[in-house]
Design a protein around this ligand. Structure first.
Ligand SMILES: *Cc1c(COP(=O)(O)O)cnc(C)c1O
Length: 543
């Protein structure tokens, strides 16, 4: 055996060899499982701040020709990659939907890789397939609350699926609209269905110009990707109720009718349960009525907000979700599962037959291979993480997490409202809110009606942007920012701070510190000086 061959063999056998415990990688592993928080605070230290600098560490496109020792490589990873990654576990990291995970996922992740199951087919996953189907059933039950008999007859039926597991909300939305499209453009006469004959033939067979989708302007950008991919075209996303955060059912109905009257067909209405930017929830129950009246599919994108259903306190906010034809859920958001855990759920267990595919060597007719109705092919056993989380936390554990997040977001909103120099822009519907730094005298000025609000808002936008960047770069805490249109200033967009309360370890004290830090950064900004001197000159002009 050559040296190279021996080394390769070593790489694959090493699990059985105790000596690998001495390598740097094993030390990392030990450190991670002994004390993750200590590992993160020691190693994720942002040695470099600018992305351009970090790019210098990754600017070599040459393939590594010679193998290197795992230990050497592990050191390289620590030095170049881990240091300059983001500590999403920090309780002061409240800007995005990605946050801390319960500790047991670290070991489960190892189990997942250790087993390396492929859920595309039973031959490479065995028990994982019924497990995934059960998880989909549990989540279906959370949304649709069907009878025991319903689940007994559908959970493991080869001809049915209660949903499709996938890598995330984006693929879940694509999957839902894929099924909706194929059902809408089903075989008819000599036309064998869009799945076989394509869109051009479908539009001809159904005598329509276009297929459209209605959502609010807060609809997730993945809907744009979905209609692009499905051949429907981004121009056929109809944004209803554009001066509101949520859809107005009357406007949706009128828009849908007008669209159909022009020789088009309506594919779907998409309601959002927890918009990504502001957390708003569309009036789902009323939208279900509108969809029924228009004869179109009703999809609810509950990627982020869906976990609210675990809470008896707040579940009613999503009333009507149980009438959706399909629902998107992301377990890697408010279910605290590692990334790669999205789901589409179908009200009708027969719906997914519209996208069923068969192949000779797997996914044979009548088989229960999950791959025959999923968009993705090879897929890992992430459903196990959802399964375990459901067992370890239970419904009541999730309820507690959801309730605490929402209550903390409300407390934070109160703190912002009580502070003279901050302005709450959107109230928290769930645990997401937006606000900005706006000194008291500027607020008074904006309300005075004598000013050009757009010029002042532009100054405030610059200030918000500067504060957000500096806070991020200082590395103690993180809020995100976005641009929003709000009713107070109909023709403008405002730059605002966006906060997502997710980490259960975030305390009111952390939130106070974040506001204080923002004030400290703000008062040292040239943008603030510019703004105040602008006000001065306006004041003088008015006087
Ligand atoms: C996060 C999110 C998505 C996209 O999910 P990914 O998991 O990022 O693909 C879609 N819709 C909403 C409302 C979301 O919050």
């Amino acid at each position: 055996m050559s040296n190279a061959e021996a080394s390769l063999e070593h790489l694959f056998r090493v699990f059985t060899m105790p000596e690998h415990k001495d390598s740097t990688l094993s030390q990392i592993e030990q450190h991670l499982s002994d004390n993750l928080s200590d590992f993160l605070s020691r190693h994720v230290v942002a040695k470099r701040t600018s992305l351009e600098e970090i790019e210098q560490d990754f600017n070599n496109a040459q393939l590594p020709l010679q193998p290197e020792f795992v230990s050497t490589h592990a050191e390289h990873l620590l030095e170049k990659l881990v240091t300059n990654s983001v500590n999403t576990y920090a309780p002061t990291f409240i800007g995005h939907m990605t946050s801390a995970l319960p500790y047991f996922h670290l070991s489960l992740a190892k189990l997942l890789v250790g087993l390396n199951q492929n859920l595309v087919k039973i031959e490479t996953s065995k028990a994982f397939t019924p497990l995934e189907r059960q998880v989909l059933g549990m989540m279906h039950n959370l949304v649709y609350e069907q009878t025991d008999a319903f689940y007994a007859s559908h959970l493991h039926s080869a001809a049915h699926s209660l949903g499709a597991f996938c890598s995330g909300g984006t693929v879940a939305n694509v999957t839902a609209l894929w099924v909706a499209r194929n059902l809408k453009l089903a075989p008819k006469g000599t036309f064998k269905g869009v799945s076989r004959d394509g869109l051009a033939a479908a539009y001809k067979a159904y005598d329509i110009n276009n297929l459209g989708l209605i959502c609010s302007k807060r609809g997730h950008y993945s809907l744009g990707k979905a209609v692009d991919l499905l051949g429907i075209g981004r121009a056929n996303i109809l944004h209803a109720s554009v001066d509101s955060h949520t859809l107005d059912p009357k406007e949706v109905l009128a828009l849908g009718k007008a669209y159909k009257a022009q020789g088009n067909e309506l594919l779907a209405i998409v309601g959002v349960a927890g918009t990504t930017e502001t957390g708003h929830i569309d009036p789902l129950d009323e939208l279900a009525d509108v969809a029924q009246e228009l004869g179109c599919w009703f999809h609810v994108d509950a990627a982020w907000g869906g976990a609210t259903l675990f809470s008896d306190t707040y579940r009613s906010l999503l009333k009507g979700i149980e009438r959706a034809d399909s629902v998107t859920l992301d377990a890697h958001k408010q279910m605290y599962v590692p990334m790669g855990a999205g789901m589409t759920l179908f009200k009708d267990p027969a719906a997914s037959a519209a996208v069923r595919h068969h192949a000779q060597y797997i996914l044979r007719k009548g088989s229960k291979d999950l791959g025959s109705t999923t968009l993705e092919g090879s897929r890992n056993g992430m459903a196990m993480m959802v399964y375990s989380s459901l067992h370890v936390l239970g419904k009541s554990g999730y309820q507690l997490l959801i309730d605490q997040s929402i209550e903390k977001a409300n407390t934070f909103a109160d703190m912002i409202k009580a502070h003279p120099d901050f302005e709450l822009i959107t109230e928290p519907t769930l645990s997401l809110l937006t606000y900005r730094y706006c000194p008291a005298q500027v607020q008074t000025f904006l309300k005075s009606d004598q000013c050009e609000t757009n010029l002042i808002n532009e100054h405030l936008d610059n200030l918000t942007k500067a504060i957000q960047k500096q806070q991020r770069e200082a590395g103690k805490s993180f809020v995100s920012r976005t641009r929003l249109g709000i009713n107070t200033y109909p023709d403008e967009c405002l730059t605002v701070f966006r906060v997502v309360i997710a980490n259960p370890l975030t305390t009111v004290g952390h939130l106070e510190n974040i506001l204080n830090e923002q004030v400290e950064i703000a008062i040292n900004q040239p943008q603030l000086t510019t703004l105040l001197s602008y006000l001065q000159s306006e004041d003088n002009a008015i006087a």
